[in-house]
Design a protein around this ligand. Sequence first.
Ligand SMILES: Cc1cc2nc3c(=O)[nH]c(=O)nc-3n(C[C@H](O)[C@H](O)[C@H](O)COP(=O)(O)O)c2cc1C
Length: 175
Amino acid sequence: MRFKELNPANMKESPFTMLADNWMLVTAGEEGNFNMLTASWGGFGVLWSKNVSYTVVRPTRYTFEFMEKYDRYTLSFFEPEYKDTLMLCGSKSGREINKMKDTGLTPVFDGGSVYFSEARLVMVCKKLYWQDMNPDNFLDASIMDNYPKKDFHRMYVGEVESIHEKWVINPLDLQ
Ligand SMILES: Cc1cc2nc3c(=O)[nH]c(=O)nc-3n(C[C@H](O)[C@H](O)[C@H](O)COP(=O)(O)O)c2cc1C
């Protein structure tokens, strides 16, 4: 499947729907050594005059090792029929299963990043900043309910270097 680059200014979708309803795969690594997890928390915006994403990964995740080691990560968004695939990547660890074999997804190696040919939209992000969530700063006590194991997320802010959108070839365009 081919992709075309999308200007961030032309992104029309609600980030709330993209994340809360449809989820995403967060992938880091390189050819032969990468891993992905499903995430539904995070966001996009502007920081330090750059287009950025923020993504939160618990240190217990296998993907965390890849987020730490590599400079870039990708956020891949899929059509609803991939929900089972995202559920698998969000409930099993790459330490226990072979996620590529079990999902049947096709990796795309693009410079220093990895994403999936089946995705409908991909953001390639370069790490700018990280910070561990500090429970002392939780201003609503109920946030703590998300951390029975005290495995507080590490937040990564990444510059959105490019956005790739699935390019469905219209036969009329070829004439
Ligand atoms: C809908 C959904 C959203 C999730 N969001 C996150 C998230 O934002 N951050 C995170 O660290 N884990 C999140 N998870 C859990 C990981 O995807 C899950 O633990 C996964 O198995 C980790 O895989 P890994 O060990 O191969 O990295 C989510 C899971 C689901 C199903």
